[in-house]
Design a protein around this ligand. Structure first.
Ligand code: AMP
Length: 456
């Protein structure tokens, strides 16, 4: 069965050929004809299943049918990374059409995003928080009056992240007469309830299926003491048991610590977590994709939505608390038909969480040990500093900074009183224009005023 047989417009089929997609994935086979016929969908699909193509292809087909100048589709996603990924897929699939898309998410300037709304971009792909920011702007430039299709991507994740009120708020401000495509990796009761309130007589797919990581992934466990996890991870990298890798940690602090350990060991790495700015996250991901950095250390926030071709390894530095998180992390590798390895470092304290995962995927995972690694050595340094100690260290540093600033002020005051001069902060009276002509301040002001003129 090929894409030709799904009744899609020729420019879309050409785009799938350009992407090297030879045949539709199962979710695409199910979803495309039903969505193309205008039906609502309730699809239980994981990352790696080809779900993005499953909703974008019928959407683009519909929009090509009768072009108008209005925003006609909205895709809601939980994370910035996923919004960017869906946008990238849209650009690739709409390559031979005139349709446009824009990704709208926080952490970057509002201006270009406002322009996308004002230009009546065909498809808006947004995270709920930033979308509401735009909808609340005084200019009232968000116009969804012509919206025909709403897509929820990873709905369960959006609820986990507390976006339910935001989604409800968006729903109140868009047309009720529309097609809705609802995608979720899992279907717990709150998701079923939300889907019922949004969907009309939906076609359901894969609802009964138990979630499992994609077939091509080889999974293994590396049991190790908590205190030796960083050493073992480094040893696996050095022994080339692991190639390029995304390594997930439980917390931002642990991500920072692991990145420090790798840096000190000379291992090129980058980190990506919720405390990093959008620019830092983009740079880290670009460095990893280009092969400049070998290890991308990440917290769960990026587990969904990152699509890196030919990713060899995913390492869970910590066992995820929830089986779904395990499946999503492991889904970063071996997407579609590639192959990959997913390793999990397991400390004795994590065996309980691991048992739940093994139960959920329906089998015991093989356990491996690294030959030549001393599993009983004393670590050179503690990996994680307890929170109380970290707070104490921050307080001590702040007290030290304050003392240093005070001593500096005192030294300055003493020096000035010796010279018999005035304190350095005061200016001679009537100094305005004169001060402005001093080289240092004039260049600073010149830059500032120059910038303003440039904008006006
Ligand atoms: P998704 O589940 O939408 O995140 O897609 C997972 C990966 O599979 C992405 O890298 C897609 O580009 C790729 N993909 C999607 N559909 C196909 C297909 N029909 N054939 C091959 N690869 C695909």
């Amino acid at each position: 069965m090929s894409f030709d047989t799904l009744g899609l417009a020729a420019p879309l089929v050409r785009a799938t050929v350009d992407l090297g997609w030879t045949k539709p994935t199962p979710i695409q086979l199910d979803a495309i004809p039903a969505a193309r016929d205008g039906r609502d969908l309730l699809a239980c699909a994981m990352t790696g299943s080809g779900k993005t193509g499953a909703f974008l292809l019928p959407l683009l087909h519909r929009l090509m049918d009768h072009p108008t100048r209005a925003t006609r589709a909205l895709v809601l996603t939980p994370t910035r990374e996923l919004a960017a990924q869906v946008h990238a897929d849209l650009v690739a699939l709409a390559k031979h059409t005139k349709l446009s898309g824009a990704a709208i998410f926080g952490g970057v300037g509002m201006g270009p995003q406002e322009a996308a709304f004002r230009k009546h971009t065909d498809v808006i792909i947004a995270t709920p928080g930033r979308l509401l920011d735009h909808m609340g702007q005084p200019g009232k430039y968000v116009d969804f009056s012509a919206l025909e299709v709403l897509i929820l991507d990873e709905a369960d994740r959006m609820l986990d992240m507390g976006f339910l009120p935001a989604i409800k708020q968006v729903l109140r401000q868009i047309p009720t007469k529309r097609q809705t495509l609802f995608f979720s990796a899992t279907l717990p009761p709150p998701i079923v309830e939300l889907s019922k309130s949004m969907l009309k007589d939906p076609v359901r797919f894969n609802v009964e299926r138990v979630s499992k990581p994609a077939a091509g992934i080889e999974q293994a466990l590396w049991p190790v003491k908590e205190s030796l996890k960083a050493d073992l991870f480094l040893a696996l990298l050095r022994a080339d048991v692991i190639g390029n890798v995304i390594c997930f940690t439980r917390t931002k602090h642990r991500a920072n610590r692991l990145s420090d350990v790798l840096t000190r060991a000379g291992m090129p790495n980058a980190k990506i977590h919720g405390n990093r700015s959008q620019a830092q996250r983009t740079e880290a991901l670009a460095g990893f994709k280009s092969g400049k950095v070998r290890v991308l250390v990440a917290t769960d926030i990026v587990a969904r939505g990152i699509d890196v071709e030919a990713l060899e390894h995913v390492v869970n530095f910590d066992v995820p608390h929830l089986p779904e998180d395990y499946i999503h992390r492991v889904g970063r590798t071996a997407r579609a038909e590639a192959t990959g390895e997913a390793f999990t470092l397991v400390s004795p304290e994590e065996e309980n969480d691991l048992r739940a995962i093994e139960k959920s995927i329906g089998r015991k995972l093989p356990r491996r040990t690294l030959e030549g690694f001393d599993y009983n050595h004393r670590p050179v340094e503690r990996f994680e500093v307890p929170i109380a100690e970290r707070i104490a260290a921050i307080r001590a540093k702040k007290a030290e900074d304050r003392a240093r600033a005070k001593a500096k002020l005192e030294r300055k005051a003493a020096a000035e009183s010796q010279r018999g001069g005035k304190p350095s902060g005061s200016r001679p009276s009537g100094s305005g224009p004169v001060a402005g002509s001093r080289p240092s301040s004039s260049s600073a002001k010149g830059r500032r005023f120059g910038g303003r003129r440039g904008r006006s």
